[in-house]
Design a protein. Structure first.
Length: 255
């Protein structure tokens, strides 16, 4: 069934209880500009009316509940605000227009089946908390999304947001958590790389091959550039220095 653009435009204006501007154009997804009060709906060829009604409901939720406030931009990246605010306004719009709950459920089920969120072949377990939270509040009814106990507490905080002030507070919590997790991930990769380099250096140290000896000498020179001056076991001292630095970084994260 073809989507009738004029009907969707009128639906948006009725739900928003104001004469907002509604545009239909080629774009990746729907969006609402809280400053200009313009709602943009995408021209998707294969999307059902159910999906378009959900898009209208979602963006009208922003029209009704997301204020034109930007005092959070210096502290919180937009991605994290968007995840929390999307969950909040969808809850509020479904509370205001109770019939939309089934529309949202069916539409997200349709989008999930069509792999709109591009999850095929992906391991959701490896997604950061913000991405998993976004999926949880959109397609969590159709997808098993894992969370640690600490993450569940943040997921619950998102679900309890009622005001935009709540959104800002919880989005900052979400951002700080993801930032710390990213630091831990980088440290883990650094430690893994360091262990591989130790094994590599040990192997070339046992070789009499000319290229291996030259490579060992270059590594020794590089170690001295980091302030390691010992003529004997220079690389051992270098690796010990890196180990110490990593432990110091881990200590700052734990604290």
């Amino acid at each position: 069934m073809a989507v009738q653009q004029e009907i969707k435009s009128q639906l948006a204006k009725l739900l928003a209880t104001e004469d907002i501007v509604v545009e239909h154009k080629s774009c990746e997804t729907a969006q609402y500009n809280v400053h200009t009060r313009v709602l943009t709906l995408p021209l998707w060829e294969k999307a059902s009316n159910e999906v378009y009604d959900m898009l209208v409901g979602h963006e009208v939720g922003h029209a009704l509940y997301t204020p034109d406030e930007w005092d959070w931009q210096d502290e919180i990246p937009h991605q994290f605000m968007n995840v929390v605010e999307d969950a909040r306004i969808e809850k509020l719009i479904k509370r205001k227009y109770m019939g939309l709950a089934k529309t949202f459920y069916r539409a997200y089920n349709e989008l999930q089946k069509k792999d709109f969120f591009q999850l095929d072949g992906e391991d959701v377990d490896n997604f950061n908390l913000a991405d998993r939270a976004n999926l949880h509040y959109k397609v969590g009814s159709f997808l098993d999304i894992p969370f640690s106990d600490a993450e569940k507490e943040i997921i619950d905080l998102i679900g309890k947001c009622e005001t935009f002030a709540d959104t800002k507070r919880v989005a900052k919590v979400l951002y700080e958590y993801c930032k710390e997790e990213q630091k831990k991930e980088h440290l883990h990769k650094l430690k893994t790389f360091l262990e591989k380099q130790k094994i590599f250096f040990f192997r070339i140290s046992l070789s009499d091959d000319k290229e291996a000896i030259e490579m060992k000498d270059r590594l020794m020179d590089a170690a001295k550039m980091f302030g390691v001056q010992s003529e004997i076991n220079t690389m051992d001292a270098f690796f010990a220095k890196l180990d110490s630095t990593i432990k110091q970084l881990e200590a700052t994260i734990d604290n």
